[in-house]
Design a protein around this ligand. Structure first.
Ligand SMILES: Cc1ncc(COP(=O)(O)O)c(C=O)c1O
Length: 460
């Protein structure tokens, strides 16, 4: 074992980045703007501010400023759990017998259990600064809802969470964590919103999806005075906040002159992956360096690998704007896969554009293979990974095993976005041999892809 590189590379608090990195400033092909579905024109600041906080709308629309200062109050909160460790997976390397050098950036080292807190605290801060009473949101696996509940508690804001029904039922303890932080939690689709009642009537007994929950949360925010909606992924602003993951990773690697060959992350809406890879992708786009970047998604919800690149609604109820992204169609409701946080029909426009332009690869993996990797990882590295994060572990292991065959000592970095202590039903299904892999057929996908809006320039 090398003496030089420690198990965990920690940066000091002083090394917490002072700016987020806005990759859009360096992209030659900018992500397409959000469109107003009524006019098909780019959404303006004035149209977006009834839904989102003003400062966040500015960040959403800013394609030009490369570095955006992190407010002092947000950096102070970050000090409670950042910088997060970059871990050298010595034990996993040994177990695999690979010459590859594997590192993971561990974002589960805060009480909420995932990377989501990094954007939640920024979003709550801007809501507070604007003088709002509270915010509404959706949550899939429960990680984002937990993070936002915690952030709202810190700033004394009310938080109303619409939780995808399947997770609400599978994860009652997650719900209680949110309630303990003071949030109210409603299973989605619910009967408390117009759109929820409509979805329930159209798809009786549906287990819900992130797309449905988003529609409900937006409707609730629009109907409540002093509230705005906050989203945990997909949007440019969320990816921006998550770039702290990649900036810290790069700073830690630079300390030891480590240059990664391959960077891997799971991709739901794309915020953690986008955050992790942004500084590296920036170098790649600017032609300074080359890296292999791999997005990993569930075979049950394969937006990058089997979707189409088109303008589509961000939500099932069509109350949200149109975003140009890889999508399976906003009416696609994935099977009840255990990685709730990856059950989203689209992919953030920034990564969609980067993928479209050939800067990134994508793989889809089946959940039994994912849990096999999760179990293997837990037994040697000690951390019980979230099912979402385990998608990245699966591909990191696959790549390390390829190195074993070829004898290459590649450096692989992956994002370990969270812990899986609230996912034990999923682990139980795997341990009992009761886990299924449902892969949608081409017909299944075509049915929802056919419902993507057609207009001149879009699938027309
Ligand atoms: C632990 C964890 N990892 C990853 C994700 C995927 O989200 P994103 O693609 O926005 O990072 C989620 C989403 O809920 C999550 O909870």
């Amino acid at each position: 074992m090398s003496e030089e590189i420690p198990y965990k590379i920690y940066l000091s608090e002083k090394e917490i980045p002072t700016n987020w990195y806005n990759i859009r400033a360096d992209m030659k092909n900018k992500p397409a703007p959000l469109l107003n579905p009524g006019t098909l024109q780019p959404l303006t600041f004035e149209e977006l501010t009834p839904i989102f906080c003003e400062e966040l709308v500015k960040q959403e629309l800013d394609n030009d400023t490369p570095w955006i200062p992190i407010p002092e109050e947000v950096r102070n909160f970050y000090k409670m759990y950042r910088p997060s460790p970059l871990v050298r997976a010595y034990c996993l390397e040994k177990a695999l017998g690979t010459p590859a050098k594997i590192y993971y950036k561990f974002e589960g080292n805060n009480t909420s259990g995932s990377h989501k807190l990094t954007s939640a605290i920024a979003q709550a801060y801007y809501a507070k600064k604007q003088g709002l009473k509270g915010v509404t949101t959706e949550t899939g696996a429960g990680q984002w809802g937990t993070a936002l509940s915690m952030a709202c508690a810190y700033f004394g804001l009310d938080c109303k969470v619409y939780m995808v029904k399947v997770s609400y039922e599978q994860k009652p303890f997650r719900r209680e964590v949110m309630r303990t932080y003071g949030a109210s939690v409603t299973p989605s689709p619910s009967m408390t919103t117009e759109i929820g009642r409509k979805i329930n009537a159209e798809y009786p007994g549906t287990s819900g999806s992130l797309g449905c929950a988003i529609s409900e949360a937006v409707e609730a925010a629009l109907n409540l005075d002093g509230y705005r909606y906050e989203l945990g992924s997909v949007l440019n602003q969320v990816l921006l906040h998550q770039t702290i993951i990649g900036l810290e990773t790069k700073a830690a690697l630079d300390k030891y002159n480590i240059v990664p060959d391959t960077i891997i992350g799971c991709a739901g809406g794309g915020s953690n992956l986008g955050g992790l890879v942004s500084p590296f992708l920036g170098e790649k786009i600017r032609g300074e360096k080359d890296y292999q970047i791999i997005a990993v998604e569930p075979a049950s919800c394969p937006s990058l690998t089997r979707g189409v690149f088109a303008y589509d609604f961000c939500d099932t109820g069509h109350v949200c704007p149109l975003a140009k992204m890889y999508t399976l169609g906003s009416e696609f409701i994935p099977s009840a896969n255990h990685a709730g946080g990856l059950r989203y029909h689209g992919m953030t426009p920034i990564l969609s554009q980067a993928f479209h332009d050939g800067f990134m690869e994508a793989r889809s993996v089946e959940q039994t293979q994912v849990f096999e990797a999760a179990t293997q990882f837990a037994r040697v590295e000690g951390i019980l990974p979230a099912p979402e994060s385990s998608h990245a572990i699966r591909v990191a292991i696959d790549e390390a095993l390829k190195c074993k065959e070829t004898g290459e000592a590649k450096t692989i970095v992956f994002g370990l976005t969270g812990t899986g202590y609230f996912d034990l039903k999923a682990y139980a299904a795997y341990n009992d041999g009761n886990m299924n892999d449902y892969i949608p057929t081409d017909e299944d996908l075509q049915a929802s892809i056919n419902k993507i809006p057609h207009f001149p320039g879009n699938l027309a």
